[in-house]
Design a protein around this ligand. Structure first.
Ligand SMILES: Cc1cc2nc3c(=O)[nH]c(=O)nc-3n(C[C@H](O)[C@H](O)[C@H](O)COP(=O)(O)OP(=O)(O)OC[C@H]3O[C@@H](n4cnc5c(N)ncnc54)[C@H](O)[C@@H]3O)c2cc1C
Length: 501
């Protein structure tokens, strides 16, 4: 069982979970009857399908000390190689799943790593036993080859108020009752990708907390089939599952859900934070350290598709030698390569966590990657729109391609340079429409954290003392006290002159 088949994974979802989608209610069995929900399940199942394929087996799987194979994603990373292997695994799944995060463990594993790291620190400082609980949780994940998702983003209500100040106390998930054997929680998390298609919801706080927010400082893991949990799915971005009209959304549904917790009992062995408010932000921050690299990794496959579509469309129209088109394609290439290089930099320059012995991606570089990618995404989309031409807005329906009366006409009149196919151009145009739609464009800004969240990190992580020392050495400022040692110890320059005051 330590490595499941896709069929075993799908079977495991058939419980009493409560799933709302497009005005209808489903459970873990009936959700298979809806074609869109089924496409989401199949998307997650790709994690299991790809992991079983001989050419990917060694990338996706690991052997435990007792010789049992298990999913590599559950291994706490202890080296840069582990981080880069995870990045490669995510990129592979993203390539398979048309440029968006694939797999049943995508963000959930980043939360497992955050739990591992921070629980050790809490235990060391407060004498709690959270890390033992996390290890038990990991053991069960490995043994069952479970899928898991990350529930961090609360619905948050009034963004300027702290959790305890909200007029709706359920704006953040919180403890409503403590029992000897567990806790009872209420509240809701938002945008939770793949939530209806998972075995485990991992819940972490999404911000810093004060003593008055104690009840909101809570972390736990629970099955979505547990009594009191309701999953309200995002609407789907395709009107149908036609793979020509919707090459991306006809094949995948991310099911980003609102997860409602209505007095849900969490057994104590699944509770990883219970009121230790000082550590709430530690869980948030450590999760983002890992998740930024995951985001950076799947986006490489997204960019490959954007670049390829722009180039194909330019060639279909005979524009490949036009200087302004080459200039735009060059920029796209710079954008994609820089995004990839920054992501590699984050994985190759990790930080070691002294409490757990794990390593995590370099937070400055991974935040730089996410920001660079997201901040420039609209510019990339603008280029694709520009190269595609007005037909992107006025393209006929694929139903006219299926109609034998119009297919020939479209093939003839949509064709560009000699020898090119009008149908091929139309397929590339449908892809361009989906690559540039609202879900993708707004999702790029906010998924893995809104732009301002990265800016906060740039400020917090910058070596301001080092930068000031560099400036003071240059301007010969000694009035503020000694210059930091690494700058003070640099060779004197210039050697032939001295500052008089
Ligand atoms: C496609 C997609 C998938 C996602 N998947 C997951 C997932 O699996 N799990 C998960 O936990 N989360 C997930 N997220 C959530 C994602 O991390 C959040 O969207 C992101 O952190 C922003 O939060 P928000 O959407 O609530 O934005 P909002 O809080 O509504 O932000 C809107 C704007 O308000 C600003 N703002 C917010 N609060 C303040 C404040 N106090 N002061 C000043 N400005 C403020 C923001 O900077 C932003 O500009 C996903 C998001 C998307 C789009």
């Amino acid at each position: 069982m330590a490595i499941r088949t896709a069929e075993e994974y799908m079977e495991s979802l058939k419980d009493e979970r409560v799933v709302y989608f497009d005005g209808k209610k489903y459970n873990g069995t009936t959700m298979f009857e809806d074609p869109i929900l089924k496409s989401g399940i199949e998307l997650c199942a790709m994690d299991y399908r790809v992991a079983q394929m001989p050419e990917y087996y060694d990338l996706f799987n690991e052997i435990d000390d007792d010789g049992t194979p298990y999913a590599f994603t559950f291994k706490p990373p202890t080296s840069s190689e582990d981080l880069m292997r995870r990045a490669e695994l995510i990129k592979t799944l993203s390539r398979v799943c048309v440029g968006l995060p694939g797999g049943a463990k995508f963000a959930g594993v980043d939360s497992l790593h955050a739990l591992t790291s921070v629980s050790h620190r809490i235990d060391a400082e407060l004498g709690t036993n959270y890390s033992e609980r996390v290890e038990l949780f990991r053991k069960s994940l490995k043994a069952n080859d479970s899928s898991l998702v990350m529930c961090m983003t609360d619905v948050k209500g009034d963004r300027h108020l702290r959790p305890h100040q909200q007029s709706n106390p359920d704006s953040y998930v919180h403890i409503v009752e403590e029992r000897p054997d567990g806790i009872v929680v209420s509240g809701a998390k938002n945008h939770i990708t793949y939530a209806p298609f998972t075995n485990e919801l991992v819940v972490l706080p999404c911000r810093n907390m004060t003593e008055k927010d104690k009840a909101y400082a809570v972390a736990f893991a629970i099955s979505p089939g547990t009594k009191g949990i309701k999953l309200i799915q995002a609407k789907h971005d395709a009107t149908n599952l036609d793979l020509i009209e919707h090459p991306i959304y006809g094949s995948r549904y991310g099911a980003d859900a609102i997860v409602v917790f209505d007095n849900v009992f969490i057994p104590m062995e699944r509770v990883f934070l219970k009121g230790e408010y000082e550590y709430a932000i530690e869980y948030t921050a450590m999760f983002t350290n890992f998740h930024r690299l995951s985001g950076d990794s799947y986006k490489i496959a997204d960019l490959e598709i954007i670049l390829g579509t722009a180039k194909l469309l330019s060639e279909y129209m005979g524009l490949e030698n036009a200087s302004h088109i080459k200039d735009k394609l060059s920029w796209l290439s710079f954008y994609a390569e820089t995004s990839q290089a920054l992501g590699h930099c984050a994985g190759q320059n990790p930080i070691r966590d002294e409490y757990s012995g794990m390593v995590y991606p370099n937070p400055m570089y991974s935040n730089c990657t996410k920001f660079f990618f997201a901040d420039n995404y609209h510019a990339a989309i603008k280029i694709l729109h520009d190269i595609a031409g007005g037909i992107l807005s006025t393209i006929p329906s694929p139903k006219d391609l299926y109609n034998s009366e119009t297919r020939g006409l479209l093939d003839k009149y949509m064709a560009g340079k000699a020898g090119s196919s009008g149908i091929a151009r139309m397929k590339a145009l449908y892809l361009a429409r989906e690559l540039t739609d609202g879900f993708r464009v707004s999702g790029t800004i906010h998924a893995e954290g809104s732009l301002y969240a990265q800016k906060l990190m740039f400020y917090a992580l910058a070596d301001w003392e080092g930068h000031k020392a560099a400036a003071r050495r240059c301007a010969h400022i000694t009035e503020d006290g000694p210059i930091r040692e690494d700058f003070a110890s640099l060779p004197k320059f210039p050697v032939w002159n001295d500052v008089k005051i």
